[in-house]
Design a protein around this ligand. Structure first.
Ligand SMILES: Cc1cc2nc3c(=O)[nH]c(=O)nc-3n(C[C@H](O)[C@H](O)[C@H](O)COP(=O)(O)O)c2cc1C
Length: 212
């Protein structure tokens, strides 16, 4: 078997020229997300979220649930490690890697909680077991063992046995408002295409090409 750490891919599938990139990175992101879905990327909406703690930087995968010109929305626990980080320092970075398309998207900006109404609307679309899990898990805290975790879940399930499962106040969305977005398209000979957009205060975007 070949050594995966020394595997080399020559990227040949697509190109990213300025005319395709256009002037609106959100529109370009929408086209690339549609391409990823069409190409059969498993969980194309899975993205790595990086946050800064007081001493450490950490990252983890979360799922993108909506996006538009205002930003990129994911849902989580407001007491989790990422939430603590964002409360101290709202700067966040997102990363998508879609290997089937040889593409990467990087997004940098500030995260803020979405409105309670927006979180309610999304929460209501979740399967009931996921809604109960939002109550039963103190995300990022330690637990004695797996059995304790399951016991907690069953206890909450019992509490909501015959009624609605309301959204817990410690669970909701974050919107990352992009200040910078970068689209990377793999090309042969490591001469990749990198098109970045930087957001000005007046809402306009500046586009630039970066060296690979
Ligand atoms: C494919 C995938 C999707 C995930 N989606 C989410 C999500 O949407 N929200 C979330 O809070 N955690 C999600 N997680 C779990 C996170 O990666 C992480 O374990 C959790 O949020 C706790 O992170 P923290 O301790 O840094 O706050 C997902 C993990 C994977 C692998």
């Amino acid at each position: 078997m070949s050594d995966p750490l020394h595997h080399r891919t020559d990227y040949t599938r697509h190109v990213l020229m300025e005319d395709e990139a256009g002037d609106d990175p959100i529109a370009l992101f929408a086209r690339w997300m549609a391409d990823a879905q069409e190409a059969g990327v498993p969980e194309p909406h899975a993205m790595t979220l990086a946050t800064a703690g007081s001493l450490t930087i950490s990252c983890r995968v979360v799922l993108l649930r909506s996006f538009d010109a205002d930003g990129f929305v994911f849902y989580s626990n407001y007491n989790s490690r990422k939430a603590m980080d964002l409360e101290r320092d709202p700067r966040a970075a997102l990363n998508f890697f879609w290997p089937q398309l040889e593409r990467q998207v990087r997004i940098e900006g500030k995260a803020e909680q979405v409105s309670p109404e927006e979180s309610d609307r999304y929460y209501a679309t979740r399967p009931v077991e996921s809604r109960i899990a939002a109550w039963s898990s103190d995300q990022s805290r330690s637990v004695e063992d797996r059995a304790k975790l399951e016991e907690r879940f069953e206890r909450w399930k019992g509490r909501f046995a015959d009624g609605e499962v309301p959204r817990p106040l410690h669970w909701g969305g974050y919107r990352v408002r992009p200040q910078r977005m970068e689209f990377w398209q793999g090309r042969p000979s490591r001469l990749h295409d990198r098109i970045a957009f930087e957001h000005f205060a007046d809402g306009a975007w500046a586009r630039l090409r970066l060296q690979p």
